[in-house]
Design a protein around this ligand. Structure first.
Ligand code: KG4
Ligand code: ZN
Length: 354
């Protein structure tokens, strides 16, 4: 039996959780500084880092309390050390290092993207308000990570034995949603606000392009994002020199809804096309989705229509950034003899890849 405390601070969520045996969620406490970023239309790194400093200690204390644990019950600490915002990661890593040294616990360094997929291994919890999958994923497992910072397709043969099949060459899918929201004058985060606007639009009204990539499983979202900008300019009778921040006030609600619906369809098809292709080639036993965009009803609808297997989604609160995904992966690192990190020297890696 192993109980791991997980710490996540890579972007704007300060989160800590305790997970038992890589499948039982004992606690998860998440504070977000999102409200402070809304006015800027995106996460401001300096504000996020300062918020983490204020929140990290109470968040960890609450996570232990909610799990009814003392430090004696905790076997190891896991922390996200990349990828993410440098200042934000630093707060989590320095806190975890200090705790690992003072509480004499092994420390595990977690890749954020890998962590997102491990949220799907949680199947039991005494906590109210969580709907978890009934059984754990099986290997080979195809993982699609769709978040504000990442768009990746990864094949796991077993724990810690994986291959990156493809990834985005430019924007992440969530980032593209956030940028399109800005063009349309919709609030941040863009995924939910574009999705809501799209409900009133016709997804076939514009045929935005899907990028042809050299890698079979790679993605690109910059072309569709630029196509949205050009379409919005054309719709109001202006040329490509018209400033993007003035478009929203000139577009009608119907034009916004049609652009939102068409963009959402094409951006979602971009990742679903490659997921279906990978499913056919590798015939995985399980398909799992991680990252904030996993909440998108359009993504879930397209995957349900086009994949021959059903997907057991984890709770929405575990799709976006959280400490539970970090603690879960930490449990497997601790029990499957993966190397622990040195608490005296671990440093964040903002550009960490898979
Ligand atoms: O995983 P996440 O919380 O943070 C990162 O690691 O980036 O993902 C945040 C992203 C944002 O771009 C947001 O627009 C998107 O997830 N998102 C959604 C939804 N909720 C959040 N996208 C589509 N539909 C949603 N309901
Ligand atoms: Zn994330």
């Amino acid at each position: 039996m192993v109980k791991v405390l997980g710490i996540e601070t890579s972007c704007d969520e300060t989160s800590a959780a305790v997970v038992k045996d890589g499948k039982i969620l004992l606690s998860v406490v998440t504070l977000t500084s999102l409200d402070l970023h809304v006015a800027y239309g995106g996460v401001v790194p300096e504000i996020a880092a300062r918020s983490h400093i204020e929140s990290i200690t109470p968040v960890i204390e609450q996570a232990l309390e909610q799990a009814k644990c003392t430090w004696n019950d905790i076997d190891a600490i896991a922390v996200t050390y990349g990828a993410g915002l440098g200042g934000s990661l630093l707060v989590g890593v320095m806190t975890a290092r200090t705790l690992a040294i003072t509480k004499e616990k092994p420390l595990y360094a977690i890749n954020h993207v890998e962590g997102h997929i491990y949220a799907n291994f949680l199947t039991e919890t005494p906590l109210a308000d969580f709907v978890l999958p009934k059984k754990q994923p099986e290997f080979p497992m195809l993982g699609l990570i769709v978040s504000g910072g990442h768009s990746q397709l990864v094949l796991w043969r077993d724990h810690f034995d994986y291959k990156l099949l493809g990834q985005t060459h430019d924007d992440a899918i969530g980032e593209a949603f956030d940028k399109v929201a800005k063009i349309l004058g919709l609030p941040y985060p863009g995924g939910p606000s574009v999705g809501k606007k799209a409900l009133n639009g016709d997804p076939e009204s514009f045929n935005f392009p899907k990028a042809k990539m050299p890698g079979k499983y790679d993605f690109s979202f910059s072309g569709v994002k630029t196509a949205v900008l050009r379409t919005a300019q054309t719709e109001i009778g202006e040329d490509h020199t018209f400033p993007s921040h003035k478009l929203a006030e000139r577009l009608s609600e119907a034009q916004k809804a049609n652009i939102a619906a068409s963009f959402q369809r094409v951006a979602t098809e971009t990742v679903v096309d490659k997921t279906v292709l990978a499913f056919e080639e590798f015939k995985p036993k399980s398909v799992v989705i991680g990252g904030g965009v996993a909440a998108s009803p359009e993504l879930r609808k397209q995957l349900a229509e086009r994949l021959p297997c059903s997907i057991d989604y984890t709770d929405m609160k575990l799709c976006t950034d959280n400490g539970a995904m970090v603690a879960t992966l930490g449990c497997y690192k601790a029990t499957l003899n993966q190397p622990a990190a040195d608490p005296y020297s671990l440093i964040p890696n903002p550009n960490l890849s898979m």
